[in-house]
Ligand binder design. Sequence first.
Ligand code: NAD
Length: 366
Amino acid sequence: MLEINETRIVQEGSIFGQITSMDHEQLVICQDQATGLKALIAIHNTVLGPALGGTRLWNYANEQEAVRDVLRLSRGMSFKNALAGLNLGGGKAVIIGTPSLKNEAFLRRFGRFIESLGGRYVTAEDVNMKTSDMEYIAMETRYVTGLPKNKGGAGDPSPVTAYGVYMGMKAAAKKAYGSDSLAGKKIAVQGVGQVGKYLLQYLVKEEANLMITDIFEDKLQEVAKETGATVVDSHVIYDMEMDIYAPCALGATLNDQTIDRLKCSIIAGGANNQLEDEIKHGQLLLEKGIVYAPDFLINAGGVINVGAEFYGDYQEETVYAETEKIYDTCLSILNAAAQQQIPAQQAAIAAAKSRIESMGKVKLSY
Ligand code: NAD
């Protein structure tokens, strides 16, 4: 494996510098003037199988931001898929622009780019991409999953993602408190979108003491009415007295500005890339004695769901049973991290890399 300090061939900030330092296999740049499509597809690692990860549509401020996002997200997918026990590698795509660009031709053109990779990359939905968009992509490629139920797909993966997050939260509670009961625990759920909303259903059943926040007031009031949760302003959520902080909105909410303010003993939520800087902020959480359930480990329910659909053997019961295993995996990683006195994020990445490496060796023989 090349190291980033091999400066003879890698210049800082260069495309090759970035993909070398994060150890990606491939970065594909796609453009089509007729439809206005500008997309990047990153394939991080295909040792375990085809690189599966969703497509994100986002109006990035500049190209560098889009490159950085697709590289970080695809690397995260390799670790997520590995820890979930899937025979799938890690990849991700980003489309640069706003949802107004989407139409049949735009999505089908993107589908043809995916098809041209011959199965090395398999797409699904992510931010600003819906199951209905996958239908157009599927007209041009077999390498797409996450289709609507009425098109033979498994539908929205969010309920399964929420179940996995719930399992991860319970494992973290077991580690922090010696019991996985969440009854009476003060839990703050940030973001009451798809994942947050389904997660709350489990937490209500456990009789947790719930706080919720979102930037959409209407949605917030509706969810508060359904769950009995207390509404908190989105700016003060980090300052609340709480046992568990559950980030279920955007990434990078664990950063220099927020970590000092947090008074919780556990962080467990569904958002991707919660640590703004995975090394520095993972270490800060360890120093503060907060039990952190790594995001890519506990939000894998969605990819377990779309992965089963891709392999054509989708059974809801099996998908939930596989997702339930997140509890055991999370607990064993939290225990390993505590034993070695290292951040949980680091322990989770080491476990993922170890599976990829050992399966790579298995594949050396016919
Ligand atoms: P969503 O768009 O349905 O919900 C996100 C919610 O967060 C929205 O209600 C939004 O208004 C709110 N929000 C945005 N900024 C906020 C802020 N600053 N403060 C408070 N609330 C804010 O998305 P989702 O599908 O629920 O996904 C949530 C997170 O989980 C994302 O980071 C996503 O990448 C990740 N994730 C989702 C799945 C899945 O199956 N849906 C799987 C894995 C990871």
